[in-house]
Design a protein around this ligand. Sequence first.
Ligand SMILES: [Zn+2]
Length: 663
Amino acid sequence: MSRKLYHGAAYYPELWNEGVIEEDIQQMKEVGINVVRMGEFAWSNTEPEKDKFDIEFFTSIINRLYEHGIETVMCTPTPTPPRWFSYGHPERMYVDHEGKVMDHGSRQHACTNHPYFRERAALVTENLARAVGSLPGVIGWQIDNEFKCHVSECMCHTCKEQWHDWLKNRYETIENLNEAWGTKIWSEYYHSFEEVPQPGPAPFLHNSSLSTMYQLFSMEKIAEFSDEQAEIIRGYSKAPITHNSSIAFSVDNERLFKHLDFASFDTYAAYDNFPAYLINSDLWRNFKKGKGFWVMETSPSYAASLESHGTPHPNGYLKVEAAAAYALGAEGFCYWLWRQQRAGCEQPHGSVLSAWGKPTVGYQNVLEVEQLRKDIEPVILATTPSQAQLAITYSDRSKAFLKTEPHRNLSHRSLVTDFYERILTMGIHRDLIPEEASLDGYKVLMTPFIHYLSSEYIKRAEQFVKEGGTWIVGPLTGGRTEEHTVHTDFALGELERISGADVLFTYPMDDTGSIGRAFDVSAPLGMWSSVFEHNQDTVVGTIEEGLSAGKAFITEHALGAGKIVMLGSLPLGDAGDQLIQRLVDHYCVGANVSLRTDVTKGTIVAPRQGDGYSIWFVINMDGNGGSVTLPKEGLDMQTNTKVNPGTLKLEKFEYRVIQFNEK
Ligand SMILES: [Zn+2]
């Protein structure tokens, strides 16, 4: 990819006639769209009959767009196998947890593990890659589309066989599996791998190990499919490959992006929940650290399907969404979709042009984004996102554990997003990092809501602490083993051994009247909690009331040059927010976290680093305006005028770009 900022849209020329396509290209040029993403649902266009491939249509569209200065991210069409694939073949289809077999007519209806699906997917991708892979207009590839966005783990017969193979590979002997899962319970004992069921219909809950392992199996299989597809494309194309994912889908994003070239995500977060939008940028930047990520899909105004719709963005919001994405590391910002569809189940979805070719309610906002893109491109290309000093570990594997064991309907996504929002609101520049990410460059590491922490992770975090880092662990972290069982040595296993905390018991604190006090704040405590022995040397937070009055819920233990802080419980309500904020503040100050501002709630600062200077993108996200204190004199990059130290005020949905010299 050339070094520029992309502003794009999903495009479906296969749905329109020549006259409309010509109009689309002219309109794209007017708007400033410089990239389109195409082809992800076009299997029946590229292979209308089995083994009859017709790629000519896309070849000519790609070339034509390129002549007009519009580049293409080409997609493999595998989320929608055609009718010749599905007709009369229920055994090739996805089967849900209730045993219902999917039929044709929507998407993700096929079992992606079925050998025939893999064979046909490989063929269509190979033909496509061979035909368009070296066209100058193709600057990137997207494999499939939103893996596992509608479906989760397939329960078909093929998957059952592969599940058994996966188990054999993981456990080697059935005795190992029986021991690991504790299958003497409820007469679950298995005499062979073939006897192990899938977590399908059952009168009550399945064994936690069975449920969690089946999810990990499914996550691995879909990533293997992605790897397979990428290998085929690489045989014919040098263009980098991605997939458009999300934290909402049943995939392990860290694993999925391991063998892809760049990371991208889709998001349709509502404007009044902008942290749910921003969390993606702070996470996706770290799946392929050092490489720009793409916002592959977002709505120019509102998402919708036949059954529901989002609220249209207020005018001005789209521009700050784009500003935040680019400032936080995006190289591409793309809409779903260019032209409203005239058929199918997503006809009502927001677009840039209507089905009748007129500008939509979001159109002016798209023009504002294009103006922004032009304005900030030089400064973005000359700088990179600043290395954060605080990291929060994000784990999709922990999402699987939490899906198996959600206590009272805990949602991984909400827990993580709420936690993230606190750090965001405190004005601390932050990274969300996958489990296996390097901890270099960080001063504070936070590990909330991860039922199972791998030995490898614990060792790395321990080393990070010994070298001077502060590791804040919890809540809800470390209480389960790799096999999704309870530890039998210590409540928190290996983690407890190094944490210096002595866990007395664990239990759900919600509604027990428990109150904890730390940092001069008393707050109700909730969530499944670890209660620590009250030790004068390590106690930071004391339980004042409730079943464990007098014991501890926060401890701090020195290790090497750093410290481990155990947060055993979740402080709740406004007082809880305040307590957590003081805790984070205390340890960030102690760890000398300097990439932090006093920006007001609803406004963000995205810091970037240049050669001998730094840049602040100050962006009002909530439409209420805001302010931040500039620590020293800066240069306003939009007006090329000096700005004094002190308060910088922002209007509704305004953004400012301030440069600070470091010399
Ligand atoms: Zn299946």
